[in-house]
Design a protein around this ligand. Structure first.
Ligand code: GMT
Length: 385
């Protein structure tokens, strides 16, 4: 029996797939008997059920006026990593996002010398596709990736994009793909329309409900969600549930009002517990411009909800066109509406897609096998017997 590991995880604590994946890994590792530390600006959103094996370390920045706007967070984070590594004898520091977390981890390691933990970096997408390859950050992001002891991505798409975007030769620098995963017991096909009736008091039994969950950033193309819904609604009355918040929420609400559809759309803002609503809905919309993976779509598939999404990034690695959802070119709202209509007009067709979705998630995206793979990386790198 191998000794338990001492693991620290750094992630963004906000609503977003990367923080959720990081949190699930930490909780699952604690469940397996390892000691887990979270080092972050705030308590990660899904970090519940803390036990003695899970400890949270808050990173606080100096409020000295001269340092305001000078971006000192990576320094404060690196200092906290050093402190935790020294006092807790960390084996592994697993950072989610290269910018700035892998950079802070490298700084911490430089200070700690041969007492430093090994660094595992998981890239999540925007650190490669948007921020990382921005010339402002490219050299330091590339350097931080290359200095990690192991690097993982949630999709083959992001693995390729990282090698290509940073000019890293695949043969000299392996990047392991560990697909994102979902707790299939929590995200289960339990369809209880009562949750939807509470949202839409006049909801008829034959009215389909479309749903979207995201951080409402421009990359999510929230306007397309509303356009697809409006087109479907013209042909087949339906409803739309919008979960999340961000810069595109107000413009989307305005668009809904201009179309006179406000009675038919529920904007719920940020929600931590929405699985009952998700599982009761009929189609999940994800018309993003870019997604390294699209964790929200995986959660929908796990609940047996077919997905209509953009054919980009890592989405095709989980949503196969024509079996558990449909994929269209980015921005093709007419095609998306057409596919939604095909699903909601034919219950037999919907049920087939729903079954396919659930079965595929059970076969390929369960939590335990993904945790096994992270644990294998930690064990390979750790010197603990
Ligand atoms: O999608 C976002 O804007 C949030 C971002 C994050 O940091 O959580 O999501 C990224 O990581 C998720 C978890 O791996 C992926 O499911 C998302 O596809 C990815 N977002 C993008 O690539 C735009």
């Amino acid at each position: 029996m191998s000794a338990p590991l001492n693991l620290a995880i750094t992630c963004f604590p906000t609503f977003g797939g990367s923080g959720m994946v990081a949190t699930e890994i930490g909780l699952a590792m604690a469940e397996r008997g390892h000691r887990v530390h979270f080092i972050a600006r705030d308590l990660p959103v899904r970090l519940h059920g803390m036990t003695r094996k899970v400890v949270f370390h808050e990173v606080t920045e100096s409020d000295y006026p001269a340092l305001a706007h000078s971006g000192t967070y990576p320094l404060a984070l690196a200092s906290k990593m050093i402190e935790v590594a020294q006092y807790e004898h960390l084996d592994i520091l697993h950072v989610h996002y290269a910018v700035p977390h892998a950079t802070a981890a490298w700084m911490a390691r430089e200070v700690l010398g041969d007492k430093a933990p090994r660094i595992v970096t998981t890239l999540h997408g925007t650190d490669t596709t948007l921020v990382g390859t921005d010339p402002t950050y490219l050299p330091i992001t590339r350097f931080s990736i290359l200095r990690s002891d192991a690097v993982t991505t949630p999709s083959e798409f992001l693995q390729r994009a990282t090698w290509e975007g940073f000019g890293i030769p695949p043969e000299t620098f392996p990047i392991e793909v560990i697909p994102n995963f979902v707790d299939t017991e929590r995200y289960a096909p339990i369809r209880d329309r009562a949750h939807l009736h509470r949202l839409f008091p006049g909801l008829r039994d034959d009215e389909p409900v479309l749903i979207h969950v995201s951080n409402f950033r421009p990359v999510k193309r929230i306007g397309d969600v509303v356009s697809v819904f409006a087109r479907v609604h013209r042909e087949h009355p339906c409803r739309l549930v919008m979960i999340g918040d961000g810069p595109e929420r107000s413009p989307a609400e305005r668009k809904v009002r201009e179309l006179g559809l406000e009675e038919r759309v529920a904007f719920l803002g940020k929600q931590e517990h929405f699985v009952e609503l998700l599982a009761a809905a009929d189609v999940f919309l994800l018309p993003s411009e870019q997604e390294s993976f699209g964790l929200a779509a995986l959660e929908a598939l796990s609940c047996g909800i077919p997905v209509v999404a953009s054919d980009i990034g890592g989405i095709p690695e989980q949503v196969e066109h024509g079996t558990r959802g449909y994929l269209t070119p980015v921005g093709d709202v007419a095609a998306m509406a057409h596919h939604v209509l095909a699903l909601v007009r034919d219950p037999e067709h919907w049920r087939l897609f729903s079954r396919n979705a659930r079965q595929h998630v059970l076969a390929c995206f369960q939590l335990a096998p993904a945790i096994d793979r992270y644990e294998a990386i930690y064990r390979r790198l750790s010197t603990r017997a």
